[in-house]
Design a protein around this ligand. Structure first.
Ligand code: SF4
Length: 386
């Protein structure tokens, strides 16, 4: 019997080969094939076109799909056709695929420039990097609202995530996103999450909360000791942790998240970072985006799926001991979520799984939207900057 957590990590690492007679188009415009493994475990897998290094081949048998795996039993999977709305255009003529990417119930808006992962050569396709982000045509908040409306006609989506990309400004990138949040709020009933850098002072976090944002992802950069030593590194790290802790007190439980990139540092360091975040009420999301084949980073890469399993087990076991709600982790097809770490642990996920299933019901979803709306109503205000 396959361990589904390990299988998902292996698929993220190796990609898949495509067998004969598969539907076309098989992948979304960003080269990802969306599959659902047993136990309702979604994964978006890149096509490994040269095919030499992947043991996985997607095959179709009548109406059913399965993964043919070298030297192992095949695994039944479900294949989801790419959304047709990616090809549709806004009234200004921009294709939806140039504006956003959809992951399950979650819409990731393409930032104007790459974040740190993009700059480091990792094979991330989370917010649409099939072509260089710099080659995307510029778009306006109005274009974005229209693109989201086009998507919503085809499928339900609950959350829109906007990203600042990599920034070095004191505000952590929130100031430029304010008008985008305002435009979405004006026209759409969705939850909004922002990907930001921890700001230099806490009043920017107050500002983010007061804008009506529902969740924040902070891109911390203290976890990469392989970087050239930074001037004032300890001061920088202390400030980032302070910002995360403060945000954890301001936003609802579980709605402050932070990526930890697996593979750029010794695994023990990542484990320590998991603890640092959880101790501050922040949900760590382990992102495993092995570098593109042929890149120099790939040649030096040692973080194989088998090697990183203990990290996911550790994250999961720390999380179940807290009552932090990990339901804000939405990009569950491109990462192994904290809750999916249960595949590597003996500890029961009963409480968190029950909560997850509840939020997937119509009533749970309505309650989530209602509570978020109420919180917003109580807090949306102008915060003067001192
Ligand atoms: S998250 Fe970063 S690296 Fe990934 S697609 Fe978006 S900008 Fe590129």
């Amino acid at each position: 019997m396959e361990n589904l957590g390990l299988l998902k990590l292996q698929l993220l690492y190796y990609g898949i080969r495509a067998g004969e007679g598969l539907p076309s188009p098989l992948a979304n415009p960003f080269g990802l094939v969306h599959l659902v493994l047993p136990d309702k475990t979604p994964v978006s897998v890149h096509r490994n076109d040269n095919g030499r290094e992947s043991p996985f081949t997607l095959k179709k048998d009548g109406a059913r799909f399965h993964l043919d795996i070298a030297d192992r039993e095949c695994v039944p999977v479900k294949w989801t056709p790419p959304l047709t709305c990616y090809q549709k255009k806004t009234s200004s003529g921009l294709p939806v695929a140039d504006i956003l990417t959809v992951h399950g119930d979650f819409i990731a808006v393409h930032p104007s420039h790459a974040c740190r992962f993009g700059q480091s050569g990792l094979s991330c396709r989370y917010c649409g990097s099939s072509k260089e982000l710099s080659q995307h045509p510029p778009f306006t908040p109005r274009d974005l609202v229209e693109a989201v409306q086009i998507v919503l006609k085809e499928k339900r989506c609950d959350l829109v995530a906007l990203s600042s990309g990599r920034v070095d400004t004191d505000d952590g990138g929130v100031e430029k996103l304010a008008m985008w949040v305002a435009e979405i709020r004006k026209h759409l009933n969705v939850l909004i999450s922002l990907d930001l850098v921890p700001p230099a002072s806490n009043d920017w976090i107050d500002q983010t909360y007061a804008m009506g944002v529902d969740a924040v992802y902070y891109d911390t950069d203290f976890f990469n000791p392989n970087d050239e030593p930074k001037k004032d590194f300890e001061k920088h790290k202390t400030r980032q942790l302070e910002a995360l802790e403060y945000a954890g007190k301001i936003f609802p439980t579980g709605a402050v998240l932070s990526h930890l990139v697996v593979g750029l540092e010794p695994l023990e360091e990542t484990k320590k970072s998991i603890d640092l975040l959880i101790d501050r009420g922040v949900v760590p999301v382990l992102t495993y985006f092995p570098p593109y084949d042929g890149s120099s980073l790939r040649a030096r890469w040692t973080a194989t799926p088998e090697a990183i399993v203990p990290l996911y087990a550790h994250l999961y076991e720390r999380l179940v001991r807290t009552h932090i709600n990990p339901q804000w982790v939405q990009q569950y097809d491109v990462v192994l979520t904290p809750l999916e770490g249960r595949f590597f642990s003996e500890q029961s996920a009963r409480y968190h799984l029950k909560l997850k299933h509840f939020y997937e019901t119509g009533f749970g979803r309505a309650l989530r939207f209602g509570l978020a709306g109420l919180r917003r109503h109580l807090r949306v205000r102008e915060v003067p900057r001192g």
